[in-house]
Design a protein around this ligand. Structure first.
Ligand code: B12
Length: 312
């Protein structure tokens, strides 16, 4: 999950604040364990700031669960991931706790419907810790918004639930993306939604997915006029512009925005079209690429990186 390290760049990983949120272990305790037990032993970036890897997070989550089950820190902190898993699996108390605590789309939806934003946020965090950020995106966040959309269309939840989900989920996505904020070299993508587009969760999801691939993203967010997107693309020296086109967008209006964007952008800048309605765009311009599924994002990233390396 952690991209390859390059000493010339900022180290990929999580700050102590994010590590604490992902594992439920306070920053003070993390520092204390480091001093007392030598674990976790985070990397240090150029500014000597602690950077925790996915492997640290995975082990810390297991240690934290063992502590909750009644083990003392000295008993479990030196143990590896496999050993910790065995300890947890052999503990009847923990098995029960595991069953109750592994988040599912249903349990997340239940939290939302029960007007429990704190519980929803906690379950989302636990999902990230259990599955890692990429699988969290593909198997939890995306299916969850899909189910929420269906529940709203069927009248089972109110619009305020959709708003609540958007706030809580985008907060978590931003928090995870912020771990990659200080990467300074490599290709850059600008992400935006046009005027009248209010659906911005897709942008936050893609921003995190791209960050995990080592792509720097600049988020303009939704409701951005096309000429402003074009100006930002030039001012921010990006290699690609990504536009989200959700299922509630008006195709004719969006095509008008895209025409204006394309006429104002540099002639060789690719424009990725994502979101449910992206495939309905019928404009004929070689710069437009439909990038709707995660597999298509993977492919687009490979192309973007190849073109960036060729021009470097
Ligand atoms: C959350 C939500 C809202 C929130 C948005 C808040 C926010 N900050 O984003 C709020 C409450 C504001 C909202 C408002 C509305 N919503 Co709404 N909303 C949703 C919901 C649940 C998720 C939306 C979302 O972000 N989807 C975007 C992503 C997650 O999904 P995606 O488009 O499939 O994109 C995927 C990929 O293509 C990729 N991707 C997305 N963008 C990009 C961009 C790039 C560059 C790349 C590479 C990839 C990429 O990421 C996703 C990963 O799976 C959807 C349900 C759904 N299934 O989408 C309904 C949904 C889109 N909304 C709907 C409707 C009707 C509305 C309203 C018209 C309701 C109203 N009457 O006010 C308004 C319209 C506002 C507007 N003018 O745009 C309908 C649209 C139906 C239709 N065909 O018209 C849906 C489908 C719900 C439903 N089942 O009926 N909504």
């Amino acid at each position: 999950m952690v991209p390859p390290r390059d000493d010339s760049e900022a180290l990929p990983g999580y700050s102590i604040r994010v590590a604490s949120r992902l594992t439920g272990v306070s920053p003070d305790t993390l520092r204390m364990w480091e001093r007392r037990y030598g674990f976790p032993k985070p990397l240090r970036n150029g500014s000597q700031v602690r950077v925790y890897t996915d492997a640290d997070i995975e082990r810390l989550v297991l240690v934290s669960r063992a502590l909750k089950a009644g083990f003392r820190s000295g008993e479990v902190i030196h143990r590896g991931v496999e050993e910790l898993r065995n300890i947890l699996a052999n503990s009847a108390r923990i098995e029960t706790e595991n069953e109750q605590r592994t988040p599912t789309i249903d349990s997340l939806l239940a939290r939302l419907m029960a007007d429990d934003p704190d519980g929803l946020r906690d379950e989302l965090r636990r999902s990230v810790a259990l599955f890692g950020p990429r699988q969290f995106l593909t198997d939890v966040a995306a299916p969850l918004v899909e189910r929420v959309g269906e529940a709203w269309a069927a009248g089972r939840i109110a619009i305020r639930h959709e708003h609540l989900l958007s706030e809580v989920l985008s907060g978590q996505l931003r928090l995870l993306s912020s771990a990659y904020d200080d990467r300074l070299s490599g290709p850059v993508a600008l992400l935006a939604g046009f005027t009248d587009e209010q659906h911005g969760l897709g942008l936050h999801m893609v921003a995190l997915y791209l960050a995990l691939e080592g792509i720097t993203t600049r988020l303009l967010g939704v409701n951005t006029p096309p000429d402003q997107v074009a100006e930002a693309a030039v001012a921010l020296s990006v290699q690609v512009v990504g536009v989200t086109i959700s299922s509630s967008s008006d195709i004719a209006v969006t095509e008008g925005h895209l025409r204006r964007l394309l006429s104002a952008l540099p002639a060789d800048m690719p424009v990725w079209l994502g979101g449910r309605n992206a495939r309905k765009i019928a404009l004929n311009d070689a710069r437009l690429q439909q990038v709707v599924t995660w597999a298509e994002v993977d492919l687009a990233v490979v192309r973007m990186r190849a073109s960036f390396d060729a021009n470097a």
